[in-house]
Ligand binder design. Structure first.
Ligand SMILES: Nc1ncnc2c1ncn2[C@@H]1O[C@H](COP(=O)(O)OP(=O)(O)OP(=O)(O)O)[C@@H](O)[C@H]1O
Length: 254
């Protein structure tokens, strides 16, 4: 293993020289064109960039939902390319949490059952104190026995956030978590993600199109044409918006 490929102790997830192509020959698309990036432990990182820049592809490959064409992806010190499908499924279940735009709660289960679903699937009891604290953090104690259909969109996404963190994962990947929410409910979910990172030293990686959402992160990564072209620590919505505008400006590339 070369030095460049050795995972750092502080990266919850990382990709090295990540290349992902779709199709072949004239129709080949290079969705990721040599991206190397660490997602530091205990930090909230947002991924932004124009449509088609490779955000979802990067997230899916970093999370073990998809495989790279070349390069490496690590969760903690585990090289995902060395894992077969079964091992990848187990790793995702035990060490990765997910929050999707569409909430993806199971309608027949109660809120409490949805929150512990990943643990139940893994045959684990989980840390009851941790889960109890999560229920309070997301403010759903009085809804624990309700079904998702009885909750607002914002409440459903808060259930999904609790579910994502229930197993104390190394990293939570959030794909447009506020895309289906009005701005107030979205703001609550973002504050929840940020405060959970800061209070519990968990790690969140979020793909978003929304500069206001990205401003909740500790750092924003900008992709363009499948490459990492910029990073912005301590972002504000205004600065993120200005940076995004530069992608559209004639003659300005990254
Ligand atoms: N399954 C696929 N087959 C072929 N091409 C794909 C596939 N998935 C993604 N692509 C292409 O890869 C490139 C990157 O796509 P990706 O979805 O990662 O971008 P994105 O930045 O998440 O876009 P958006 O903001 O529109 O969601 C695009 O050109 C896209 O068309």
């Amino acid at each position: 293993m070369t030095t460049a490929l050795r995972p750092t102790a502080t990266a919850a997830a990382r990709v090295v020289d990540a290349v992902k192509t779709y199709g072949a020959g004239d129709t080949e698309v290079r969705a990721l064109d040599g991206v190397s990036v660490d997602f530091p432990a205990g930090r909230f990182t947002a991924i932004m960039g124009p449509s088609g820049s490779g955000k979802s592809t990067l997230m899916h490959c970093a999370a073990g939902l998809d495989t790279l064409t070349s390069g490496s992806a690590f969760i903690g010190g585990t090289d995902l390319s060395g894992l077969d499908d079964r091992a990848l499924t187990l790793l995702r279940r035990e060490r990765v949490g997910f929050v999707f735009q569409a909430f993806n709660l199971l309608p027949t289960l109660t809120v409490a059952e949805n929150i512990t679903l990943p643990l139940d699937l893994a045959g684990q009891r989980g840390d009851r104190e941790w889960i109890d604290a999560l229920v309070d953090t997301v403010g759903l104690r009085d809804r624990l026995h309700h079904r998702p259909a009885e909750l607002s969109g914002g409440q459903q996404q808060r259930v999904a956030v609790a579910r994502a963190f229930a197993g104390r994962p190394d990293v939570v990947f959030a794909d447009e978590p506020t895309g289906n929410l009005d701005s107030r409910a979205g703001e609550e979910v973002l504050r929840l993600l940020g405060s959970t990172v800061r209070r519990t030293a968990r790690t969140v990686v979020m793909v978003t199109h929304d500069p206001v959402a990205a401003a909740h992160a500790d750092e924003v990564l900008f992709l363009a044409d499948g490459r990492l072209v910029d990073r912005m620590p301590d972002p504000t919505a205004e600065r993120v918006l200005d940076r995004l505008k530069a992608f559209d400006a004639p003659g300005v590339r990254s």
